[in-house]
Design a protein. Structure first.
Length: 261
């Protein structure tokens, strides 16, 4: 399985995590960016799809143009100072990188989800934007986000309840055993809830890097506890899990991707 096939396979699982019966979903993708977007059915129009594509192109263009000027922004594994006049998406990624001690590209998926989601919330009541397991959520109703942790027994068996008043927020997942994304750890899933998706994405990467075995789960939790803006973490390795913060974990029953009804 090549990287593209692996990414598509993983995304199909992540897409199943946040489905809502009162939402209308559509997909947009440009090269590495592969987004599933859900909005309330009353707010959906066909023009939202073209608008979302336009925003994705704009964000990618801003990012790619900046990388031309500062190539290390794409390759650095540690925070770096930004050039003067950097676009907003670059500034958000850079700020998140400094907050948790990772390279700025660790926050790219969360940044794109967040900035497109914020635009959609200007005209929609309910918005979910998912980009490779990194979710921006703005909702007027409570929602449950299911957890995907590869071969762990917890996959599709537990979810995280998000209350409407908590949103907008980010819920982002990093894994060292699922998907092609770079991770220096072996966690099956580290799920972070944060005030922003860009911060949650960066923190999920940094926390997951600290998990090599099930005995390391508390290392991930201890790492994120003092990060301003992080409100909760769920860390899973094999058949063990640990959680901290405002993470209401609930049992769920749903078929795994590909199971028939």
């Amino acid at each position: 399985m090549n990287n593209r096939e692996e990414r598509d396979h993983v995304n199909r699982h992540y897409r199943a995590l946040h489905e809502g019966t009162n939402l209308r979903y559509y997909k947009i993708n440009i090269r590495e960016s592969d987004l599933a977007i859900g909005v309330d059915k009353e707010s959906y129009t066909d023009s939202l799809v073209s608008f979302s594509y336009q925003e994705l192109r704009r964000l990618r263009s801003c990012l790619e143009n900046h990388i031309q000027l500062q190539p290390e922004f794409q390759t650095s594994l540690v925070p770096i100072p930004l050039l003067d006049g950097a676009p907003e998406i670059v500034r958000r990624m850079g700020k998140a990188a400094w907050a948790v001690g990772v390279g700025p590209m660790a926050a790219v998926a969360g940044a794109i989800s967040e900035m497109i989601g914020e635009k959609l919330l200007e005209s929609c009541r309910e918005v979910v934007v998912e980009n490779g397991g990194d979710i921006f959520l703005g909702s007027q109703s409570d929602r449950i986000i299911a957890v995907y942790a590869g071969s762990s027994k917890f996959t599709y068996k537990i979810g995280i309840r998000v209350e409407a008043h908590e949103t907008p927020l980010g819920i982002c997942t990093s894994s060292g055993t699922v998907g092609p994304s770079l991770s220096f750890g072996k966690a099956d899933a580290v799920v972070i809830k944060g005030s922003t998706a860009v911060l949650a994405d960066a923190a999920a990467t940094a926390a997951a890097n600290r998990v090599k075995t099930a005995e390391d789960l508390m290392k991930a939790i201890d790492f994120v506890k003092d990060i301003v803006g992080i409100t909760g973490i769920l860390a899973i390795k094999d058949n063990k899990m640990a959680a901290w913060g405002h993470m209401e974990i609930v049992p769920i029953e749903r078929r795994k991707q590909g199971e028939s009804s």
